[in-house]
Design a protein around this ligand. Sequence first.
Ligand code: CP
Ligand code: NVA
Length: 307
Amino acid sequence: MKSLRGRDLLSLADLNSDEVYGVLDLAAKMKAGAINLQCPQKVLGLVFQKASTRTRVSFSVAMYQLGGQVLDLNANVTQVSRGEPTTDTARVLDRYLDIVAIRTFDQQEIEEFARYAEIPVINALTDLEHPCQILADLLTIQEEFGGLTDLTLTYLGDGNNVVHSLLLGCALVGLNIKVAVPSGYEPNLAIVDKAKQLAGDRSQVVVTPDPQCAVKDAQILYTDVWASMGQEASADDRIPLFQSYQINQSLVSMASKEAIVLHCLPAHREEEITNEVIEGPQSRVWDQAENRLHTQKALLASLLGVA
Ligand code: CP
Ligand code: NVA
C-alpha cells in the first residue's frame, strides 16, 4: 500500500477508498503473521479526556508489538486539566512524541491540535467521529463475507460519532448502509451528504425512522449505546424513544439468514441489544474488539512510515 507517513486521521474521510482498503489489507497480513513491521524507539502519546478500555489498550499493545513505547497522558496527569491551551500543549508534545492519539469531546479540539503539531494526530473518538473503530468493523465484515461490496449494513440507534464514521467508511468501501434512528436523533446532515457524495452510484446511503424496514435483507446489524459519553444526563429519557430500535431476536430474524451482529462496545444489555443476541451465534463482537488491535497496528505502522 501507499504509505500514510506523516498524515493525520481526524475523520475517516481523511482516507480515500484505496487507503482504507490498504490499511485493511495490511492489518489482515499482520494479523495472519505474514508481515512483521517494527518501529523501535517511536513513542505514541495517548491524550484521553474520556474513559476507554478497547482503544487505550489496543493502541498500547499495538505500539508495544511494533517495538515502540506508549505514554498515557490522560488529562488529569497533565497541565491540560489546569487549562493549558491546546495550541500550547500541541506544540510542546510535538517536540517529544512521534505520534499521538486523542480522545476528547469537541472535534475542533483535535483539528486545532493537528494544526499546531507536525506529528500524526489520530482521532481516538470525539463527539463527532470514531474512525479507528470503523477500520476494525470493516476488517471484521471482510473476514466474515470475504469482501465489502454487495452487502448491506443496518445501524440502529442514536445518530452519534460511531454512525458518522460508519457512514463515511461504508461509503468509501462501497458497502450499502441503512441508518434507522428515532426522529430528532438523526446523524449530522453534512456527514450524511458527504457519505452520499463518497458513495456515488457505487452503494446506497439511507436514513430512515423505520427499524423493521431497515433490517430487511441486511447482512450486518450494528448498534451502539443510546446515550454516549457526555450524554449521561439524558440517558433515562432516551430509553422509551429508542425501544423499537433495540437489536433483539425478533429484529435479527427479519434480517438476512447469514446476518452477523456488531457492537463497538461497551454495551448496555437489554437496552440497545439483548443479552440473548450479544451472546448468540450471530454476534461477532469479540472478533470486532480484537480487530481494533490489528487495524490500529497497521495504521500506526503506516502513519509512522514503516509500511
Ligand atoms: N469501542 C471503544 O472505543 O471502546 P472504548 O471506549 O473502551 O475504547
Ligand atoms: N458512542 C459511544 C461510543 C463508545 C465507544 C460514546 O461516544 O460513548
